[in-house]
Design a protein around this ligand. Structure first.
Ligand code: PEP
Ligand code: MN
Length: 343
């Protein structure tokens, strides 16, 4: 932390600030300039509480943090990248992972047809919501337990691993029985009771960036899960809310290199929820590979027109197959780059 005193701060005020810093367990280094005194607080302590206290102290102009507010998820804490094994797939490893499936599990035929189609085309995980966080309470809310059972059937038939959303801490145990990866939706990124429970869920978690969340807030949400005992967190950029209306959200693809600098956790991109429009997915899937993400999540439906949710952003199985074929040359370069980084 660096604390700048106001020009003209009194000796008593400066001494008081130094004492407070020490009470919080830090060492004090002060620098006397021509105009003002700047104090550095060094060590480990409750940074947030200390900063808030100092900002309220007389004579203080500003108190700012200089180290990251998260620890377990930071690259300083862990240099090697986190690789998360889910059955045959490894997220954050040597292979670009594609997750595909419908927005919602609707019925047996829909989920089994989609699962078979996306497995054939090269997806490693099947997605599908059984508990749906809908903006309107009148919209389809998901098949809940019935949906989880259908996902299990799809897993048995195709060998695909399952990722599905859990919306409340009370459902974590149930969803973890059926899912290989627990998805936390954008609307729940800051549901701290849920995040704490995930620490003990015994399953990897994919945490989606909140609708209006900063990258720092995303990393702090991941820190909740890791600091409560679960190191296996995948981050997912799914678009953020901006003034732009041409797309459902604004795809912050720049989050990928930013996150790769700040954290060792794998990053997956979701161009479907970012754009809301299926025609935009293939070009943004290419961009996702090129920007160095660890994987991609897309929505696929046998008949998007009939989808209970998110039909406009869902690819047909044929469109998904074509997208996967078109990604081939990009994935080859991705692999070469990964191998070069690993050397
Ligand atoms: C979803 O993946 O179906 C979903 C609801 O996404 P988000 O939480 O990103 O809106
Ligand atoms: Mn959806």
């Amino acid at each position: 932390m660096v604390i700048s005193m106001k020009p003209g701060a009194t000796k008593d005020q400066i001494e008081h600030v130094c004492r407070r810093i020490e009470e919080f367990g830090y060492r004090v280094h002060s620098i006397r300039g021509d105009e003002r005194v700047v104090i550095a607080a060094v060590g480990i302590g409750d940074v947030t509480h200390c900063l808030e206290s100092l900002e309220a102290a007389p004579g203080v102009e500003s108190a700012v943090r200089i180290s990251a507010p998260y620890k377990f998820v930071s690259r300083e804490y862990k240099k090697e990248r986190t690789q998360i094994k889910v059955d045959g797939a490894e997220i954050g490893g040597e292979e670009f992972i594609v997750i595909a499936g419908p927005c919602s599990v609707e019925n047996e035929k829909q989920i089994l047809t989609t699962a078979a189609g996306v497995a054939r085309a090269g997806a490693k995980l099947l997605r599908g919501g059984a508990f749906k966080p809908r903006t309107s309470p009148y919209d389809f809310q998901g098949l809940e337990l019935e949906g989880l059972k259908l996902l299990r059937r799809a897993r048995e038939e195709t060998g695909l691993s399952i990722i599905t959303e859990v919306m409340s801490d009370g459902d974590v145990g149930l969803v973890a029985e059926y899912a290989d990866v627990l998805q936390i939706g954008a609307r729940n990124m800051q549901n701290y009771a849920l995040l704490k429970t995930l620490g003990k869920a015994g399953r990897p978690v994919m945490l989606k960036r909140g609708l209006s969340s900063t990258i720092k807030e995303l990393l702090l949400a991941a820190e909740y899960v890791t600091s409560h005992g679960n190191p296996d967190v995948i981050l997912c950029e799914r678009g953020i809310r901006t003034f732009e209306t041409a797309t459902r959200n604004t795809f912050d693809i720049g989050a990928v290199p930013v996150l790769r600098e700040l954290t060792h956790l794998p990053v997956v991109l979701d161009p479907a929820h970012a754009t809301g429009k299926s025609s935009l997915i293939p070009p943004l899937a290419r961009a996702s590979v090129a920007v160095g993400a660890d994987g991609l999540m897309v929505e696929v439906h046998p008949c998007p027109e009939e989808a209970f949710s998110d039909g406009a952003q869902s690819l047909t199985i044929e469109q998904f197959e074509r997208m996967m074929q078109d990604l081939g040359p990009y994935l080859k370069i991705w692999k070469e780059e990964r191998a070069a980084v690993a050397v």
